[in-house]
Design a binder for this molecule. Structure first.
Ligand code: ZN
Length: 135
């Protein structure tokens, strides 16, 4: 069951350049920074009430975020992540509904969560992440 929007992923060219916007202009606080080697990104998390913002900076030209920035040079909204109580079950439900999965098997993402992505070609253009706390 999906319980909430967990976070919104935002692609940026530079965490160091973009974090001050969120801190100074919006008054949010950077809670956590972490590099996720498997996805070739450095991340920074902000609380905005119940929802987090996840800034994503590529650490390699092969990073999915680097490819996104080639198409969207200013950066921008990259994905929406839903929290689910049952990640394997949620993936099965999406798959049975005809959705193309990017990851059939969840992997460890940032902030100690298990994550998997649904293909935007199956989700009306929104790259969709499903996430759950690591069991
Ligand atoms: Zn995410």
């Amino acid at each position: 069951m999906i319980t909430k929007i967990d976070h919104i992923g935002i692609a940026v060219r530079s965490l160091d350049e973009s974090i001050p916007y969120y801190e100074k202009a919006l008054g949010l606080k950077c809670e956590h920074r972490e590099t996720v080697e498997s996805q070739k990104v450095s991340t920074a998390f902000f609380h905005a009430g119940e929802v987090h913002l996840e800034l994503l900076e590529p650490t390699s030209p092969e990073s999915p975020i680097a490819k996104f920035l080639e198409k969207n040079p200013a950066g921008g909204v990259h994905h929406i992540a839903f929290a689910t109580t049952d990640l394997p079950g949620q993936l099965k439900q999406a798959s049975e509904a005809g959705v193309k999965l990017i990851h059939e098997v969840p992997f460890e993402g940032a902030a100690g969560k298990m994550v998997a992505f649904l293909h935007p070609k199956s989700t009306y253009g929104v790259l969709t992440e499903l996430c759950a706390p690591k069991a």
